[in-house]
Write a protein that binds this ligand. Structure first.
Ligand code: UDP
Length: 240
């Protein structure tokens, strides 16, 4: 099921259904883009047509975080659950280990993607990691990185360059890599590698993960100023 929020398409699927959809993409062998849509991205897309295009071109757009789920409810749309980047990545890795899909980890600081891959292989025996690559490269180097990825013949690429850099890279280079699916996953490698801790489960259940993140990484406060503006935008559009 698909819905539209502030001009962007969103797939209102459970985690299980989202994974199933990705499995179909991989079976097809054709290139598909997956976007985990958070309030910040959707807010910025209102003023940046390139970002909105990324959402429209994606084969799967998941509601990343409670902000999007809340906004859908305000707009009277049915959304079953949030499907965040890291949760989707872990669910896909689990399935990949069972199915034998070759996965690639592109992004984060030097050493982090290797560390994350090592931990994933321990946690999900049988996982086939085609390769890893750090995420700090110039625009001139970006095509070369796609070529390095292609040579390892991955089927599923996790791209952790932060938004919207990861969406830009996926948009330009997915076909060149030969992979069937690329998913932008933000800071997930840092969490998996143990560099950044996720909020405790009870805070996640209270939907306060964003607050924990703000307290831990105060430098993010500027970015999070977008959240109240997003809330106001949603109320204005759908409730006033
Ligand atoms: N990153 C990267 N290359 C860059 C900029 C960032 O690989 O040029 C990585 C960074 O190390 C981090 C992730 O991208 O692992 C961004 O994490 P963040 O939590 O900021 O993601 P967002 O919230 O923007 O999706």
């Amino acid at each position: 099921m698909k819905t539209t929020l502030l001009g962007a398409p969103i797939d209102t699927l459970t985690m299980e259904e989202s994974v199933e959809k990705v499995a179909g993409f991989i079976k097809s062998g054709q290139p598909h883009r997956v976007l985990t849509l958070n309030p910040e991205f959707l807010y910025r897309a209102q003023f940046d047509p390139e970002l909105m295009e990324f959402a429209r071109r994606a084969a799967l757009v998941t509601p990343d975080g409670i902000g999007i789920v809340w906004a859908c409810r305000m707009a009277g749309r049915r959304v079953v659950e949030r499907v965040t980047g890291i949760d989707l990545m872990l669910s896909l890795v689990h399935r990949a280990a069972n199915e034998g899909w070759r996965v690639y980890l592109l992004g984060a600081a030097p050493g982090v993607s290797e560390e994350a891959a090592g931990r994933l292989c321990q946690g999900y025996p049988g996982l086939q990691v085609a390769g890893t690559h750090q995420g700090y490269f110039s625009d001139e180097e970006a095509a070369g990185v796609a070529e390095i990825v292609r040579q390892t013949r991955p089927q599923l690429i996790f791209v952790a360059l932060g938004a919207p850099k990861q969406e830009q890279w996926i948009d330009r280079y997915l076909e060149q890599t030969g992979a069937s699916v690329a998913v932008g996953v933000g800071g997930s490698f840092d969490v998996i590698a143990g560099k950044v801790r996720r909020a405790p489960r009870w805070l996640q259940r209270l939907h306060l993960e964003w607050l924990a993140r703000l307290l831990r990484e105060p430098s993010r406060w500027r970015r999070q100023l977008i959240l109240p503006r997003f809330v106001w935008m949603v109320i204005k559009k759908y409730r006033l």
